[in-house]
Design a protein around this ligand. Sequence first.
Ligand SMILES: O=C(CO)[C@@H](O)[C@H](O)[C@H](O)[C@H](O)COP(=O)(O)O
Ligand SMILES: [Zn+2]
Length: 195
Amino acid sequence: MNLHDRIHQHFAASRVAQQDTLDLLAGNIELAAQKLAACLLTDGKLLCCGNGGSAAEAQHLSSELLNRFERERPGLPAIALTCDSSTLTSIANDYSYDEVFAKQVRALGHGGDVLVVYTTSGNSRSILSAVTSAHDRDMSVVALSGKDGGPLAPLLRESDIEIRVPSESTARIQEVHLLVTHCLCDLVDQQLFGE
Ligand SMILES: O=C(CO)[C@@H](O)[C@H](O)[C@H](O)[C@H](O)COP(=O)(O)O
Ligand SMILES: [Zn+2]
């Protein structure tokens, strides 16, 4: 296939992944936005994490909340657990990489906070540990995932929300995660600050 055709193929596949996700998961996205707004309205905060491209997505969400999304409004409390290299390297060095987010969740998380995890596979052990720590702290979880949900899916509780993008492609899942993230930001602003 030539380069031009490959570009068309990428855009077409991304559109399909977006539409499939809308058809399947609009209700879950709405529920997740309601959970995040309820958390923020009761003085809770969001802790966000992911690996690789998903680390960038976690930081994208926290920065839209801490700073602003599309309108002028006060900053909202969200922390990306992916940013402090001293903390990340020391936890990985002294314990294991699997603990890099979980230890921060145990230190920073309180009941009523929400952990937002991004993982395209549901396989990343650092994410599984973070979810277990969040449950230990009486936090609930919003999981943006994909593929078959991996071992993350059965770990989630009834009160958690999974937004599992129906695709097998890491790149496509990440692209849809970003769109879902922007939806969540807009729906949070709408619930907290109105039109
Ligand atoms: O961005 C990409 C590929 O698009 C990669 O960096 C990818 O995020 C990394 O391989 C991650 O470690 C994958 O983790 P996960 O999504 O399976 O939890
Ligand atoms: Zn990527």
